[in-house]
Design a protein around this ligand. Sequence first.
Ligand code: DGY
Length: 328
Amino acid sequence: MADRPKVLVTRPIKEAPTARLRERCDVTIDENDFGIPREELLRKVAGYDALITMLTEKVDAELLAAAGPQLKIVANHAVGFDNVNLEDCTAAQVLASNTPDVLTETTADTAFALLMAAARRVGEGERFLRARTPWIWGPLMMLGRDVHHKTIGIVGFGRIGQAVARRAKGFGMDVIYSDAVRLPAEVEAETGAERVELDDLLERADFVSIHTNLTPDTRHLFSAEQFKRMKDTAVLVNTSRGPVVDESALADALESGEIFGAGLDVFEREPEVHQKLLELENVVVIPHLGSATVDTRDAMGHLAVDNVFAALDGKRPPTLLNRDAFRG
Ligand code: DGY
């Protein structure tokens, strides 16, 4: 049909949202296993009315110009949108959206899984057994760190940080947080969290979990100085964005015993992982799986499709990021 809107999805997403999209649009799904190389993407985007992008694609003036003036929306299939230049989108009068809320609980689960795994040496124990290492139960074998009743410091107390705090409460933990803004009293009461300065948090926390956006201000927020402030028994967890942590400084801190361990879902030069991190026993690494569950990826896909449909209908997308671009 000639007048069906054209939508490009840069990686395959779940079946149900894809089927919805196909009901009213001509959909092209790129099957490139390692993401579309930039030059190819610039060629491919021409003529589409909507793009569903991943965090691996840089959305900027160059890409928007390559797409053409008919482009109405870039619906990012992620809550993080550091890959999307909102000013460029607004200047090109292209709406931009993300997928918040639907992945909050799942990402908090991942943060807690990494926290537990790093504290209790789960990755190390797995590797030990899979290597068929001879062993017998011993009272001093692979001693980890208690999680329950310890102090967790949450850096960036937005939706996901708060969801981690609720989990921590269930473990009887004390929760402290640092954030540019103080959260409303009811949020502090519900999560039992106390706001402190970042340096204070680093000195007091047994576990530090990062939930801040990646911005110029948060790039390398964690570097050698921050690791020095942390307890040598502390565990760092990062499920936000890799460049918030200076990976080389982290590897040094883990190697020298400046901190006890780390659980990482995201990496500074993703998909590359710092060589030393891969060699150290006291770090648990997983390949950016924060929101990777069947239900949550369905929900993210549906939300991205809702955003596309709203834009095609001239309505305000439910999770619009650049309000100035919307002329409703
Ligand atoms: C996001 O949505 O930003 C996550 O990092 C993807 O799982």
